[in-house]
Design a protein around this ligand. Structure first.
Ligand code: 13P
Ligand code: SF4
Length: 301
């Protein structure tokens, strides 16, 4: 039996479903039942009929799935696949800002630990942040952990007063402007599609800014035939699958999230076989961190 056949068989035996983010390896996306961006995956995770969810992504994704579905078994192929940005804020800073500002909402990018979510008023992802921030009744917005996404959203919602936190994604933060300019010079007809986790200087050079799903949709809708993609290179698999006639380029230093790439087919098979790497969130933390996640799902409707 091939590894894919073994995974298929075990999925049936164990009543399991596989969710994968667009940044994981192509062969992992291929065997997943659902592939998408962070928002899509958090919505899909609610209401699945299977008993076990194998989450091919990083820790905060599996943790959010467990928080929203406490009765399910959530397995992570690699427990060390973590998002550094998820830790780049602190409960102390949140409480300090709360004491300094009236009429404040703490808006927590879903790329964060459950501990940070529990101290927040609402979660957002890159595809629903504008809608949710606009819908909040509060004037002051403390946006954690990502400063780049915060600045991008602040530009689109000028009626709010943003307070920034110094977190960033280690992949998007280091996207080089010079390398994007080189790619533009080499492919002058190409449209530049970027993720809002990129710094402002990258977004300024871009024709379109959106989440991974939005980038993929834009590439499909656009009349352009060539694209420079400023996000993690895992999206190439879906971009090529949907648009075999179009061409996609990345910067010379290929943007790779080492954590997403820790998820391999062998590890998916291993957790399905053994039930190892189960995600646990203690009851109190789960109850408290569920509120901002559920508020996100409600406000994003
Ligand atoms: P989206 O899936 O919301 O585009 O976010 C990208 C990301 O960095 C996930 O870790
Ligand atoms: Fe975290 Fe960036 Fe990797 Fe997404 S791409 S998981 S934000 S390090």
């Amino acid at each position: 039996m091939t590894i894919r056949e073994e995974i298929e068989q075990l999925k049936k035996e164990k009543n399991a479903v596989i969710l994968a983010h667009y940044y994981v390896r192509p062969e992992v996306q291929e065997i997943a039942d659902y592939v998408g961006d962070s928002f899509y995956l958090s919505k899909v995770a609610v209401g699945l009929k299977e008993k076990t969810i194998v989450f091919c992504g990083v820790s905060f994704m599996g943790e959010s799935a467990k928080i929203l579905n406490p009765e399910k078994t959530v397995l992570m192929p690699d427990m060390a696949a973590d998002c550094p940005m998820a830790h780049m804020a602190s409960a102390e800073t949140i409480e300090k800002i709360r004491s300094e500002y009236d009429d404040l909402a703490v808006v927590c990018y879903i790329n964060s630990t459950a501990e940070l979510k529990r101290h927040s008023d609402v979660c957002v992802t890159s595809s629903n942040a504008v809608k949710i921030v606009k819908a909040l009744p509060n004037k002051n917005i403390f946006f954690i952990p990502d400063r780049n996404l915060a600045h991008y959203i602040a530009g689109l919602v000028p009626e709010k007063n943003f307070i920034y936190n110094e977190g960033f994604c280690i992949v998007h933060e280091y996207m080089e402007v010079e390398e994007i300019q080189e790619a533009k010079a080499a492919h002058p007809e190409a449209e530049v599609l970027s993720h809002p986790e990129c710094p402002a200087k990258v977004l300024e050079l871009s024709d379109f800014v959106g989440s991974t799903s939005e980038i993929i949709e834009q590439a499909g809708k656009s009349d352009a035939k060539e694209f420079i993609i400023c996000t993690e290179s895992g999206v190439l698999y879906e971009l090529q699958k949907r648009n075999p006639e179009k061409k996609f380029y990345f910067t010379e230093t290929t943007p790779i999230c080492r954590n997403m790439k820790k998820v391999t087919l062998e590890k998916v098979l291993h957790v399905l076989k053994t039930g190892e790497n189960e995600v646990f969130v203690d009851d109190k933390l789960r109850e408290e961190s569920k509120k901002p996640l559920e508020r996100m799902l409600e406000l994003a409707k």
